[in-house]
Ligand binder design. Structure first.
Ligand code: FUB
Ligand code: ZN
Length: 634
């Protein structure tokens, strides 16, 4: 859909432009180690060294692989994001540099198709011996995704040929020769299914199915691998979702990105092969996330330890892990689930993850990024003490383990693919996004300020289509569509013809949300949302936010303000335009003797009006307190 969609205005268009104009160029400099003052990437350098080794048979001096074992994947994700940016904004110079990078990757590939600079440079004799953490299959997966994207957007085949040669080799090793094992970090499965779609080569689908089918059959596989490697610890096979065959799994467990990438591939495969058992497992896993293991921000994976899911209702705010990549993966999973069952609640999760955790993952200037997305920030504690070291209070310009920044770029850069979908002759609008969509049977124009406006206009400029519009759950009790149709499972189905103009009105009012009291850190607290957007209070606007509590009947007032009007944002934030802000009535706890740790005096309370801004805008004005969940009177 991306190639057929032209962003016009509004929040998603703003971010699509930011990705083209700032994020992709910035991240290119990061992977080329051209940005001073940020942690080096070495990602392009690794490919250069592997290419020299391949050509000359000699590793250049100082040419060991550097960075994480999966550093190659940063290049792949950047290529994918850059490819998407070309569909938004053609750029001949960027295309030329992409050609050169693809050439380089081809040169770094070994003659038999093997492609992974870490093993080529540092551990050539250990290929596929450490599937648990070696990430070769993960890196292959990301390179496949990059190649498919580049091919789909530009028609260029150089990288596609490289990854096909790599996938052919993997098929030979794992299927034909029957090598034991499956990837510690799922990713290749979903990528192979993408590759299968563009090449029609059934072996790629077969290999994806093979990895999915055998996961968790031998639950001891990674322990055996550990023992072969001389590692004397017991591997927790929940971490890699291999504690049981995938069709028997019910709870979302382990490393959250691994989990959601795996579930994405499972859902895709279930649709391709009409596998009901696999489909049912996917929906059990989705419900485990949606009903018990997901933050209000669409963040998943609450624990720093293992970057992982933990237990039902364990969703602490200040120590939350909620990796940006995990929410991106959740969007991938949701988009595949929608192909299986068109249920609005799935698109609701997609919206929640997108407008909150994913957008929070990127600074408004497009040059700094969050990996971890806490829902509460306490200066001096967050990012500082051992229990909170991961929860940085401000976005860095890059990371040694930089999985999230280019992942965010590729997700935002391809958001049209999630906003729109076609299936069985019906055009689905999963997310409201301003722009023009040109398909063979219909040209549609969408105008909206959503999520900072309540009206979405669909104008049919040419042709006709069956259209199904996702009506988000928050507005199901109060929405209107100006044309006759039928609401089914959160989608409004109608037929539209040339000249039609359909107006959807949704209810964009601020609401206080409570959470299940089993979420210990939210008990007795409330959070504000307007539509799909979660709100937070920052110290910059309010002074101390820890002492604030909402009145249960608090009047919540909706305002529309630009970053300049809110105050304190740098000039790069101004193209965000006007966003909804909220003011809420409540009380501020005042301690007369603020130097005492404990006391028997009663608190004094002062009336206070709190200002809340969209969660995704937090942390753009320097170090300060931030809070999503705040006490509320019973
Ligand atoms: O292991 C590769 C990536 O690095 C994971 O997806 C992230 O969670 C980070 O650990
Ligand atoms: Zn990440």
């Amino acid at each position: 859909m991306l190639k057929k969609f032209r962003h016009t205005e509004g929040l998603l268009a703003r971010y699509a432009r930011l990705v083209c104009d700032t994020v992709v160029p910035y991240q290119e400099r990061a992977i080329r180690d051209e940005i001073e003052g940020v942690v080096p990437s070495y990602a392009i350098e690794n490919f250069k060294n592997a290419a020299i080794l391949n050509k000359t048979g000699v590793k250049p001096a100082g040419g060991d692989h550097k960075g994480c074992v999966f550093q190659d994947s940063d290049v792949a994700k950047w290529i994918e994001a850059a490819a998407y940016s070309l569909s938004v904004k053609p750029d001949a110079e960027l295309e030329k540099r992409l050609d050169e990078v693809c050439e380089l990757i081809g040169e770094a590939q070994e003659a038999d198709g093997y492609l992974d600079t870490h093993f080529t440079l540092n551990r050539p004799k250990e290929k596929f011996t450490e599937l648990v953490g070696g990430h070769e299959l993960y890196c292959s997966g990301h390179m496949i995704e990059a190649a498919v994207a580049l091919y789909e957007i530009t028609g260029k085949k150089k990288l596609l040929d490289t990854v096909c040669k790599n996938a052919d080799m993997l098929y030979r090793v794992f299927v034909t020769e029957g090598r034991e094992g499956y990837p510690g970090h799922p990713e290749i499965e979903l990528a192979l299914l993408r590759l299968w779609r563009v090449t029609n080569e059934d072996r790629y689908m077969e290999l994806a199915k093979h990895f999915i089918d055998i996961r968790g059959i031998d639950t001891d596989f990674f322990n055996k691998e550990y023992r072969r490697l001389g590692i004397n610890i017991i591997y927790d096979n929940h971490y890699s979702q291999c504690h049981a065959p995938v069709r028997q799994q019910s709870d979302a467990v382990g490393h959250a990105v691994r989990a959601a990438y795996l579930y994405t591939a499972m859902a895709d495969l279930a649709a391709i092969t009409d596998d009901k058992e696999l489909e049912d497992a996917c929906f059990r896993l989705f419900e485990s996330i949606e009903k018990r293991r997901m933050y209000i921000t669409g963040g998943i994976g609450s624990s720093y330890h293992g970057e992982a899911f933990t237990a039902d209702y364990d969703l602490p705010s200040d120590t939350a892990y909620t990796e940006t990549c995990a929410s991106i993966a959740l969007i991938f999973f949701a988009s595949k689930l929608l192909k299986l069952r068109r249920e609005g609640r799935i698109a609701d999760v997609m919206e929640r993850a997108l407008y909150n955790t994913v957008l929070a993952g990127i600074e408004l200037d497009g040059k700094k990024f969050f990996y971890v997305n806490p829902l509460e920030v306490l200066p001096g504690i967050s990012g500082n003490i051992p229990t909170h070291r991961h929860a940085l209070p401000q976005r860095p310009g890059w990371y040694g383990c930089a999985c999230c920044p280019p992942n965010t770029a590729r997700l935002i850069g391809s958001v049209a693919n999630y906003a729109w979908d076609e299936q069985d002759g019906i055009l689905y609008s999963n997310l409201f996004a301003s722009g023009e969509l040109t398909l063979s049977n219909v040209t549609l124009e969408v105008e909206t300020d959503y999520p900072f406006g309540d009206t979405v206009k669909y104008k049919v400029k040419k042709g006709s289509t069956k259209l199904a519009i996702h009506i988000p759950a928050f507005t199901l009790k109060n929405y209107s569509v100006s044309a006759h149709g039928e609401l089914k499972s959160g989608y409004y189905y109608l037929e539209v013809n040339e000249g039609d103009e359909v107006t959807v009105k949704v209810e964009m009012i601020p609401r206080l949300y409570r959470s299940n009291t089993r979420v210990a850190s939210n008990s007795g607290k409330a959070a504000v949302m307007v539509g799909p957007v979660v709100y937070c209070a920052e110290e910059k606007d309010n002074g101390d936010v820890l002492g604030f509590s909402f009145r249960s009947s608090a009047e919540l007032k909706l305002n529309k303000e630009t970053p300049e009007q809110i105050g304190g944002f740098y000039s790069e934030a101004s193209d965000l335009g006007a966003v909804y802000t909220v003011t809420a009535e409540g009380q501020q706890t005042v301690m007369d003797n603020a130097s005492d740790l404990y006391f028997t005096d009663e608190y004094r309370k002062e009336e206070k009006t709190l200002k809340l801004i969209p969660y995704f805008m937090w942390g753009n004005r320097g170090l300060n307190q931030m809070r999503v969940w705040m006490p509320v009177e019973l």
